[in-house]
Design a binder for this molecule. Sequence first.
Ligand SMILES: *[C@@H]1O[C@H](CO)[C@@H](O)[C@H](O)[C@H]1NC(C)=O
Ligand SMILES: *[C@@H]1O[C@H](CO)[C@@H](O)[C@H](O)[C@H]1NC(C)=O
Ligand SMILES: *[C@@H]1O[C@H](CO)[C@@H](O)[C@H](O)[C@H]1NC(C)=O
Length: 475
Amino acid sequence: MVPSPSWISRINVPSPTAIRQILYGVILGVSLSIASTSLAVYYQARKRERRAAQYQPRPIELRREEVLSGVTGLIGNTPLIRINSLSDALGVEILGKTEFLNPGGSVKDRVALRMIEDAEKNGLLYPYTGSRIFEGTVGSTGISIATIAVARGYNATIIMPDDVAEEKVKALLALGAEVERVRPASIVDKKQYVNLARRRAIDFGKRSSLDRANSLTDNGSPHLLKSPPSVVISTLSTHATSGADADPRADEDIISKPRGFFADQFENKSNFEAHFDGTGPEIWRQTDGRVDAFVSGAGTGGTIAGVGQYLKSMNEDVIVALADPEGSGLYNKVKYGVMFDRKEAEGTKRRHQVDTVVEGIGINRLTNNIELALPIIDDAFRITDAEAVSMSRYLVHNDGLLLGSSSACNLVACVKLVRQMGWKDGQKIVTILCDSGTRHYSKFWNDEYLHTANIPNDSHIVLDLLDTPITSSSE
Ligand SMILES: *[C@@H]1O[C@H](CO)[C@@H](O)[C@H](O)[C@H]1NC(C)=O
Ligand SMILES: *[C@@H]1O[C@H](CO)[C@@H](O)[C@H](O)[C@H]1NC(C)=O
Ligand SMILES: *[C@@H]1O[C@H](CO)[C@@H](O)[C@H](O)[C@H]1NC(C)=O
């Protein structure tokens, strides 16, 4: 027998058998805890393997040897570029998804295509039936819808606030869309552009079914008078669906009826899905599954929700950060849980819903697509107009990239995130280059306009931002 060490005799342990039992107990406990830890590690590894199996790595297709079917064939599958100036300055990889290369000129092409395709799949829309698509938008989604509508045999009516950049209206008119411009108003106002788009879709549906019924009555088939008006409201969130056809596939007559279709990018989940099934997987492939953060603004919330959720489903450690312009309530919602904006509280908010030169992102109400985004947003950055303008000038001078306001906002947020995380070892930050500067000549790229708005038009703010030493908790 091994003599008991002195400490055992001091605590007065009765017998060697008891010591053995204690030892066994300790060994059992330790091995159990090792077993459970390794079990957890094992399950995590399995989860990763399963995800990896779902993800089929394939190169991003080059369209060299392929003939695409029409303009919609050009939508999506956009290249990812390294923003060289910012990446070199920060020692990380700032990567931009070049959505401005879509045929309609913006990331919204993906959303418009998916909304229209889903409506066709669900039997709500049929091409070449005289049907008309209605949407309320600050412009880009309208241009995308107008483009796809022509290609697919629909007409489009776009309702937009009257303060958006003039070049967007010109593009819409050139594409043959009907444009209605309204005073910016709150969402509770019936004349707010989104509400008006829904209203117009309903009116169109009622009118066209009435016209049709009348012409058929002349031909001696009055039964159609009783058929419901051909109004299609895509979202369930509205009470106006009562006029929709119960079973749209019921018969030929109903199918060939002209319909008013309200696309509703703010509420419809097709928006989210376009990014969850398209943009997200593309980014994962293009970075070979190595992405540390995704940064995006939110106008409807579809992009950040769809891409963010997809990337997190592949690797839960991916950081999702929101870039929010001045006047938007989302920053406060993410940071403090309330949609409170200081400008609004002080009564300095003017007639704009979101008072900023940045168009297309920022919002002051919760929509279905924003709700999908909120749970996965890890951090938010408030970007001032001056910062966004500064970034756009910096990029044009250093990279030859002429970008729109939301892209510039996104890139300022990328820099802020990198500084906050203290990253400098090649971490990959992906963001969206939503549209080109050519969509923004009348405001964001108009030096005189900026001068009257008292917004500096050089890149010194970005230079300062890149120069500031890294602090652990700067905003
Ligand atoms: C509606 O679209 C059809 C086919 O796409 C076109 O022939 C027609 O001129 C359009 N109507 C209007 C009023 O724009
Ligand atoms: C979105 O629109 C489709 C038709 O395009 C409709 O069937 C669906 O119910 C809508 N979904 C939501 C969540 O609103
Ligand atoms: C800023 O705007 C002024 C006109 O207001 C213009 O002369 C100048 O070139 C602009 N500077 C930059 C860096 O774009």
